[in-house]
Design a protein around this ligand. Structure first.
Ligand code: PLP
Length: 425
């Protein structure tokens, strides 16, 4: 299609009338669709139903003959740490298994850093003046919510398609108040991008004003491919060690979107010093995690091949949903100049950038048509997108049929917003 800006006035009015009619018909259909949260669908959860019968009556001993029913085992059972070590990119003795939520482990790490400090620092972060974090944008709203909750200043840094703008990051981390940084290095939420080797190297080696600066490397989508290409990302722990900053990175991951989102395993991996630091704090919080769930995961997945096979099953279920979104956006919007959107090769999201600050307009048109979208601004700290441009689409949870209808509706709302904007100009 031709760019909306270049249409003759008559063509613009004709198209506006047509698209308004289509939007009204869509709205009249009384849909109730939800594309807000990146949750696995029931069919994805079904892939792990085999776990519900595990470990089975009488099977509660670990390979080291520990009784998994009892207290203890703060770091996690050895065979589960060994199974997931390659996902974290760390040897098993540098991996800690928490309970089911990596977000909880990130939250605890930040609270402990604020109250107790981290290795290499001279004081708890909360005792220093105005600690700040770099927040690559667009990013994950719950990362930002943790910082907001504890009054940590958030400094947005643009993502480039290869990770954050590293010139900007290097400039900002010279300030000793900047204590940390979020990174979702692979199939990022929501941009889908993969940090380049060059970006990871610069993050590992950059000179920071704070001696206790930490990269929160949230590899939430480590194995969540949408194509046959299983993209790799740099090993940040090894790069930090090689650059002489062995304690710089905290690495997180979980099986929330591999096995069961409400009953998976969460992981932390880091240097020996940081692992010791984490366990010392965690040992005050709990006498040990759910080790039966760790046994359950080992029995079900068996080995890393079992994990990859499970992820192939997820891909088969969700790739068609991403294809449906792409198809509708391509067909309705290519060439219009209304928006740009990602074609992710992994992860859980499609990220849309609307031209002309139209994100909230699209969300409100969609809402009126029975289609729930993530609020505009959610991908920015404090929910404030200065350009009102970014929209996050989450197609995994609804059925394929619903995603197809929703994608058509979203594309219509985007087109209508663009046409009306020109009409008002
Ligand atoms: N990190 C990122 C980047 C996410 O997108 C999500 C969920 O959407 C999480 C973490 C949540 O992880 P968990 O379920 O392990 O708490």
């Amino acid at each position: 299609m031709t760019s909306i800006a270049e249409l003759s006035s008559a063509d613009h009015q004709a198209l506006l009338t047509k698209v308004r009619g289509e939007y009204d018909a869509f709205r009249a259909a009384g849909h109730k669709l939800d594309m807000t949260r990146g949750k696995p669908s029931p069919e994805q959860l079904d892939l792990s139903n085999g776990m519900l019968a595990l470990p089975g009556n009488g099977d509660y001993l670990t390979e080291a003959n520990e009784d998994a029913r009892n207290y203890g085992g703060l770091q996690g059972i050895a065979e589960a740490r060994a199974l997931f070590a390659p996902v974290l990119g760390a040897p098993a003795d540098r991996v800690i298994i928490g309970d089911n939520s990596s977000l909880a482990m990130m939250h605890d790490s930040i609270v402990w850093a604020l109250l107790k400090g981290v290795p290499g620092g001279t004081a708890p972060w909360s005792k220093e003046s105005a600690p700040a974090f770099l927040c690559p944008v667009p990013g994950y709203d719950r990362h930002f919510a943790i910082l907001e909750e504890y009054g940590i200043k958030m400094i947005p840094v643009r993502l480039t398609g290869q990770g954050p703008d590293m010139d900007e990051v290097e400039r900002l981390v010279a300030d000793p108040a900047v204590k940390g940084m979020w990174c979702v290095p692979k199939y990022a939420n929501p941009s889908g991008e993969i940090y380049s080797e060059e970006t990871a190297k610069r993050l590992a080696a950059m000179k920071t004003g704070a001696p206790d600066f930490r990269i929160f490397w949230d590899n939430a989508y480590a194995l969540h491919h949408l194509t046959a290409t299983k993209h790799e990302v740099a090993n940040i722990l090894e790069l930090c060690e090689a650059a002489g900053n062995p304690d710089r990175a905290f690495v997180y991951a979980s099986t929330s979107k591999m096995t069961l989102a409400g009953a998976g395993l969460a992981f932390f991996a880091s240097s020996p010093t940081n692992v010791k630091w984490y366990l010392a704090r965690a040992g005050k919080r709990t006498i040990g995690p759910d080790k039966l769930n760790q046994i359950r995961h080992v029995r079900f997945l068996k080995n890393i091949d079992g994990l990859h096979q499970l992820m192939d099953g997820h891909r088969a279920l969700i790739a068609p949903k991403f294809a449906a979104v792409e198809e509708a956006l391509d067909r309705r919007l290519t060439g219009t100049g209304v928006a740009r959107w990602t074609k992710p090769e992994g992860g859980y999201f499609v990220s849309v950038d609307m031209a002309d600050g139209l994100a909230s307009k699209v969300v409100s048109l969609a809402k009126d048509a029975g289609l729930a979208l993530t609020p505009a601004g959610a991908t920015w700290p404090l929910g404030q997108d200065p350009q009102d441009s970014n929209l996050r689409l989450a197609p995994t949870f609804p059925s394929l049929g619903d995603v197809k209808v929703a994608a058509e509706g979203i594309a219509l709302c985007m087109l209508l917003a663009g046409l009306e904007k020109r009409d008002a100009a």
